[in-house]
Design a protein around this ligand. Structure first.
Ligand SMILES: *Cc1c(COP(=O)(O)O)cnc(C)c1O
Length: 549
């Protein structure tokens, strides 16, 4: 079969837009060809329209020649759309897909005014090859298979997939978005055997890059060339290119995460099978599990009320009563299991694990002397509400929140009628513990902070979240109290914080007005904290040469 004869007529004729960078693509030189701003800011130049570096990297990793790799600037949704545009004449041609499957095939077909015929999988989501192929007509140009399939989660039998590729007269698009979670290597190693096969893969799922939108189509060089001709010229921007190349270097980390998620999937399936509410757990080769329940909407709403969001697929043909559950972190999976196992148990929000990706913590401490709860969010500046019963202390904690850019809701009820000591000490312990928990594994943080604001008093704060605990305090205070706080408690506050947060903290300050001096200390402390916990979005390494903190 001559592949190009399947192209739409206009695509065969099409001369692509030629970019400035197409005409000359050497490395060195004075670029006066693309009307860019010449002053360097890291992204003033157009990106490489042909994604040579990404293709070279993927080529080396997957063992596929670069001319067989198309890079999609909007995940694999972009190649799906482009394939319709290359092969399907609007209002004439047809496409075929399994059902239930990924919704984007239908959307892309409709956008391109192409009829999509859906061939149902068997009840247990197996591919019925004969029934599938029997739906194809002479107008059917594309056939979509998805393996492991979304939403059913199972790998389609590779022998049956091969029969479809060999038996279909058009292009078979095999979506392998979840192949990294399956025990099968997929069809990429056999790509050269099948001129009519397009394999889609994405970095959005196993590779943890859903937010930066990048995906691939692997196919015969003629197909890749046709897609290149009609795509937007610079669909992968410079920031994305840089991040992708950087992330692809972390193959080992990614493999570890995939192994962990596969193990978590095993545990999740085993636990789900024992839950009375769940009628059936479908086998999974992906990072999600499809389950059938009696009242999907009720189960869904109950999970929502516990802050757990899953996908309701119950209205999709073939998925009646089904919810799709993504495999999360071990803590998240435990929370899901607990919520499904005990749907009627009252829900304790503060005991729920923080969502991964957020840096939030709620810490509660109850003793005979105090009762304190603090919710800290390192990446949001509001809301904040602080109440300890000590006006000046509240004011100092406000400094931390305000100048640190954190959100903190803290209520302390202490035995102030006895002394301020317990309330201040325990608040410091709770706050330090909240920082420790919110920082999690500390990946990507700055680790160090220092600040030296020059107000009317001078305060120097040095901070290191490296795990060692020490405080040095060099602040001269002559007054007995400032506001309602005994001055001796300030040193104790920072010492207790450092113990609980596990940090190194040096504070030195001089100034005549002691009210302003202490304010300066808290302000500098806040600035140093901000700096130390700040995450650089392009670098999620551990800030330690030892590889742990
Ligand atoms: C998530 C998903 C994709 C693609 O996602 P992109 O983020 O656009 O790369 C493709 N196919 C299936 C089946 C998916 O579930």
């Amino acid at each position: 079969m001559e592949i190009t004869s399947l192209f739409r007529e206009n695509i065969r004729q099409l001369a692509p837009y030629s970019t400035a960078r197409d005409e000359y693509d050497g490395e060195l030189g004075i670029y006066l060809d693309a009307n860019e701003n010449p002053f360097d800011n890291g992204f003033n130049r157009y990106p490489d329209p042909h994604n040579k570096r990404i293709r070279a990297k993927i080529s080396a990793m997957r063992g596929i020649p670069a001319e067989r790799i198309f890079v999609g600037g909007n995940g694999s949704d972009e190649p799906i759309d482009l394939l319709f545009r290359v092969f399907c004449e609007p209002r004439q041609d047809e496409a075929l897909s399994i059902s239930p499957s990924y919704g984007m095939y239908r959307v892309a077909a409709a956008t391109n005014d192409i009829r999509l015929v859906e061939a149902p999988l068997t009840e247990d989501f197996r591919l019925d090859t004969e029934a599938f192929l029997s739906r194809a007509t002479h107008r059917t140009k594309l056939a979509f298979l998805c393996s492991p399939n979304n939403p059913s989660a199972n790998l389609l039998d590779p022998a049956e997939v091969e029969k479809v590729i060999r038996g279909f007269d058009g292009i078979v698009v095999l979506d392998e978005a979840y192949i990294d979670f399956a025990e099968h290597e997929g069809f990429l190693p056999r790509l050269a055997e099948f001129p009519n096969l397009v394999v889609l893969q994405t970095l959005s799922k196993a590779w943890g890059m859903a937010g930066i939108r990048i995906g691939f189509a692997f196919a015969a060089p003629e197909i890749v060339a046709a897609m290149e001709r009609i795509k937007y010229p610079y669909s992968v921007n410079i920031i994305t290119e840089r991040l992708v190349l950087q992330e692809l270097e972390r193959e080992n980390l990614r493999r570890e995460q995939i192994a962990l998620l596969v193990e978590e999937r095993r545990k999740l399936v085993a636990a789900l099978e024992k839950i009375p509410l769940i009628r059936h757990v479908f086998p999974s080769d992906a990072n999600f599990v499809l389950v059938r329940v009696d009242e999907p909407r009720r189960v869904y709403d109950n999970l929502i009320s516990r802050g757990i969001i899953v996908r309701d697929r119950s209205r999709i043909a073939g998925c009646e009563g089904c919810l799709r559950l993504t495999v999360g972190t071990p803590d998240e999976n435990v929370a899901l299991i607990e919520a499904l196992r005990y749907p009627d148990r009252p829900f304790d929000k503060s005991a729920a694990p923080a969502a991964s990706g957020s840096r939030r913590a709620t810490v509660t401490r109850k003793s005979r002397e105090t009762d304190i709860t603090a919710t800290l969010d390192l990446d949001n500046a509001s809301p904040s509400k602080i109440s300890t019963g000590l006006g000046f202390f509240d004011h100092m904690l406000d400094q931390i929140v305000h100048h640190g850019g954190f959100s903190l809701e803290l209520t302390a009820r202490g035995d102030l009628h006895v002394d301020e000591h317990h309330t201040i000490e325990d608040t410091a312990l709770v706050l330090g513990e909240a920082f420790r928990q919110a920082l999690g594994d500390k990946r990507g943080i700055g680790r160090y902070g220092f600040a030296l604001p020059m107000d009317e008093s001078r305060a120097l704060v040095l901070l290191d979240f490296g795990g060692r605990i020490a405080t040095r305090w060099d602040v001269e205070l002559k007054r007995e109290r400032i506001g309602d706080v005994p001055t001796e408690m300030f040193e104790h506050f920072f010492d207790s914080f450092a113990q609980a947060a596990r940090c190194n903290l040096h504070i030195a300050a001089r100034g005549r007005n002691e009210h302003h001096l202490i304010e300066g200390v808290f302000k500098a402390f806040a600035r140093a904290l901000r700096m130390a916990v700040e995450r650089k979005p392009l670098d999620f390494d551990l800030p330690s040469s030892k590889g742990l903190l």
